[in-house]
Design a protein around this ligand. Sequence first.
Ligand SMILES: Cc1cc2nc3c(=O)[nH]c(=O)nc-3n(C[C@H](O)[C@H](O)[C@H](O)COP(=O)(O)O)c2cc1C
Ligand code: SF4
Ligand code: SF4
Length: 261
Amino acid sequence: MVFYFSGTGNSQLVATLLAEMLADDAVISINENLKTGKNMTIQSKRPLVFVAPTYCWRMPKVVERWILETNFKGSRDAYFVLTCGGNCGNAAAYAEKLCAKKGLRFCGLAPVVMPENYLALFPTPSASECRSIIEHAKPCVAALSEQIRSGKRFAEPSVSFAGKLQSGPVNPLFYAFFVHDKGFRATDRCVACGKCAVRCPLQNIDMLDGKPAWKGNCTHCMACIGGCPTGAIEYKSKSKGRHRHYIMKDALCRENGGQGK
Ligand SMILES: Cc1cc2nc3c(=O)[nH]c(=O)nc-3n(C[C@H](O)[C@H](O)[C@H](O)COP(=O)(O)O)c2cc1C
Ligand code: SF4
Ligand code: SF4
């Protein structure tokens, strides 16, 4: 069974591809489950495959919390696939600790390089660069599906000293100093469609007088700023002019015939 959390669609795409390659395994959206506010019970005879973005060189905190609060019955084998813009440092060590706490068998963590989506803080690739990065990622996803299918553990990645620092002491500092919603604002391009509010996995956006208002519980997933159909959301002055990568497929895209935001 394949689970994904995704802000802008990279991890959703990787999860969907993996599930197809694993003979149509079921795909479960952690985003949608978080919105229900209810703890889930999962019954699966097949390995548990968790796909998520890398946040600050680790699995997102919100995903760790979801795994801890979910009741898994059946298979105890847990694979982790972290999509990332560059590298996920020593994320594997923390996923392994989580498994020990949860009574799951850690079967490895593998990074898949996908388009960088962190436009609030970093430059992002152009649309054509994003397409090329995604094409390069597909063979890597196929190789991972083969390892899962044959029950092999993922190879242990070598981790640099910098990677240990980034996933270790830097991770909580990064969250404390950078991961908050104070920098978001909607410009005059906002057409009051409400998509940002519906898409926020943490239900952190209310529509007030036709404009989004952020409520202080943000994990910086970039769904609101990336998915806005008119490019109306900015983050301080940093996001100006940056490409908004967004390939998430959800009910709001399906309204547009599955095309665009
Ligand atoms: C808050 C945040 C932190 C990130 N931290 C990292 C990181 O530590 N290393 C990295 O390579 N990419 C990092 N990224 C980039 C994303 O992990 C990458 O673009 C991912 O594929 C996005 O997945 P999604 O589209 O499923 O949300 C970060 C992105 C965000 C929004
Ligand atoms: S998605 Fe964009 S246009 Fe729609 S309400 Fe939000 S900011 Fe406004
Ligand atoms: S407010 Fe925006 S960036 Fe923050 S969690 Fe919600 S959708 Fe993601």
